[in-house]
Design a protein around this ligand. Structure first.
Ligand code: FES
Length: 568
């Protein structure tokens, strides 16, 4: 008898269905899969699962069928068996009430489908904002060897000689339309030019941010996070990801070996340097939490004081993702940031971040990726605020804010909910001036629910028509990474759970001091205690809720913990 330990099951032998007889389980599984025409040779290979997140409702994933075809080619060239399987797909504009409400459902779906089915590695194909975070949360939990493949950004649009991009320019031009500067006919024309190709939003919104972070985390192939969705290189990246997935399956490299403390710190550095989406911070917190790690908001803020914005992309700058890609993409940025990075962190190919940075392309004359000596902004993209209005923190993307408003004291104009905002913001009788602070509450993870991207409160129409383009706005909501303005987000704890944001009254004075990292409600402590006695939670949190909504309302955590479920 041999003393050799039994080799671990691989391929089809993994994760057998329980019938009380493993040999029968394998026999039955083979019998069924042979109905699809597979040979014994194919069924004896390592299996690489491929998530299929194509949906007619998700144009950001319109290229997924071609990417799957290329991933399969790569897997087969490397001697493996590719098996695609469907999971939930979420598009920002086709998810009600919000995509954030569904992110955790997609994470659970993806995790359990990877866990339930036999695969030695998985290629996760995602792109639109919440899909990549959901897939990474799943990968971190299930810990099966994984490679993230991004669908890639759209190409830019053009209108009247100007370059346009979803969705910074969607908001800017809609603002012009609201202010009377663009008529209905032109706004219809523009709607056909803002998103001219398949792929994800091509400014530095959440999708682009996550495309960069997956390279910083080392879980995507270097250089693949920024390739435009429509380019041949994107297809080749898919083939290479499939090929690499077979190697990863053989090596057995697990996400837990990549998603380390060092990798998350590198991701925080990159998030500050790219002028990334505030949503990126929430997602990073959720992914880290799945690994038993915590994104320290104070450390993130400290990094932001040391690491300036280097990438000239909207909304902090002027360019788009295709420009970033052709300027050298993430490897070039990692090269510029090397003094701030843990260069020994390992990527999914086995190469270190140092090797990726060393191999960066030098593009003569490019101005999109700046050096530390010539940054786009003097500091990083985001600051973390504290104060009596945000005991557990709040965040502001000050790289996309108006410098004159970063220290500002103003009178609160309070909106009780998103519905209240919609009803009253354009009321000509609304008592509001450009110096006031617009306050939105009950728009957090539980309050709305689903933490909508409503933090970009529109400028009241009468002020917009008078030429006001920015005001201080604060909320427990999120904001699209593509938006701009002096906007404080993710106030925690949120008002719906008794956070102090729920105690603000119109007419109170609020002080924002970004250099001092403070957000204060200038109301006497005793008065706040008195108001707290009178506070009651919104009705939907005291009523019975069933199904996923009930699970969500019961279990979702606050923004500082990534809005994951408490049991995940
Ligand atoms: Fe999908 Fe913007 S809507 S990335």
């Amino acid at each position: 008898m041999s003393d050799d330990p039994k080799p671990p099951p691989f391929g089809l032998r993994r994760n057998l269905t329980s019938y009380g007889d493993p040999a029968f389980s394998l026999f039955l599984r083979k019998a069924f899969i042979k109905a699809a025409g597979f040979s014994d040779d194919a069924l004896d290979r390592s299996i690489v699962g491929i998530t299929n997140t194509f949906s007619d409702f998700n144009p950001c994933h319109g290229n997924v069928p071609r990417l799957i075809e290329a991933v399969k080619r790569g897997v087969m060239l490397a001697g493996g068996l590719p098996m695609e399987f469907p999971t939930i797909s979420i598009h920002e504009s086709f998810a009600s009430p919000t995509s954030m409400f569904l992110r955790n459902l997609m994470a659970m779906d993806t995790e359990e489908m990877i866990r339930a089915q036999p695969m030695d590695a998985v290629v996760l194909i995602g792109g639109c904002d919440k899909t990549v975070p959901a897939q990474l949360m799943a990968a971190a939990s299930v810990d099966v060897p994984a490679i993230q493949l991004i669908t890639g950004p759209m190409l830019v649009g053009h209108h009247k000689g100007e370059m346009l991009g979803a969705c910074t320019d969607c908001r800017r031009l809609w603002g012009q339309h609201r202010a009377g500067g663009m008529d209905q006919g032109e706004v219809e024309v523009v709607s056909g030019r803002l998103a001219p190709t398949q792929g994800t939003c091509m400014v530095m919104g959440t999708a682009s941010t996550m495309g960069c972070l997956v390279e910083a985390l080392g879980i995507a192939l270097p250089g693949t996070g920024t390739i435009p969705a429509t380019h041949a290189d994107r297809i080749r990246a898919a083939e290479a990801s499939g090929r690499e997935a077979v190697s990863v399956a053989v090596r057995g490299t697990r996400p837990s070996e990549l998603l380390t403390e060092a990798a998350f710190r590198n991701a925080m550095v990159v998030l500050q340097a790219i002028g990334g989406s505030t949503n990126g911070l929430v997602h990073l917190s959720a992914i880290a939490r799945r690994r038993g790690l915590r994104i320290d908001l104070e450390e993130f803020d400290k990094i932001g004081r040391e690491v300036p914005v280097l990438v000239d992309l909207k909304p902090s700058g002027t360019k788009y993702m295709e420009h970033f890609h052709w300027a050298g993409g993430m490897p070039r940025l990692l090269h510029e940031l090397r003094d701030h990075l843990n260069l020994d962190a390992v990527t999914v190919t086995g190469a270190t971040i140092r090797a990726v940075a060393d191999g960066a392309e030098d593009v003569p004359g490019q101005t999109v990726i700046r050096s530390l000596n010539d940054p786009l902004k003097a500091t990083g993209a985001m600051a973390v605020l504290r104060g009596n209005l945000a005991p557990l923190g709040a965040v502001i993307k000050h790289s996309a804010a108006s410098p004159r408003l970063l220290q500002h004291t103003g009178r609160a104009v309070v909106f009780e909910s998103v519905e209240d905002l919609v009803t009253r913001i354009d009321d000509p009788e609304l008592d509001v001036t450009a110096e006031d602070v617009l306050v939105l509450r009950n728009a957090g993870p539980k309050g709305a629910p689903g933490m909508p991207e409503a933090g970009y409160l529109p400028i009241p129409k009468k002020l917009a028509q008078a030429g006001v383009t920015d005001m201080v706005r604060i909320s427990d909501a999120r904001m699209s990474g593509t938006a701009f303005g002096t906007i404080v987000l993710h106030i925690a704890p949120e008002s719906a759970t008794g956070g102090p944001l729920g105690l603000v009254r119109s007419g109170d004075m609020i002080r924002l001091d970004v250099p001092a990292r403070r957000l204060e409600l200038l109301v006497d402590e005793h008065e706040l205690e008195r108001r707290a006695q009178e506070w009651t939670p919104p009705c939907h949190l005291t009523e019975e809720s069933r199904g996923y909504r009930g699970l969500y309302l019961k279990s979702v955590l606050q923004a500082d913990e990534g809005c994951d479920f408490d049991f995940c």
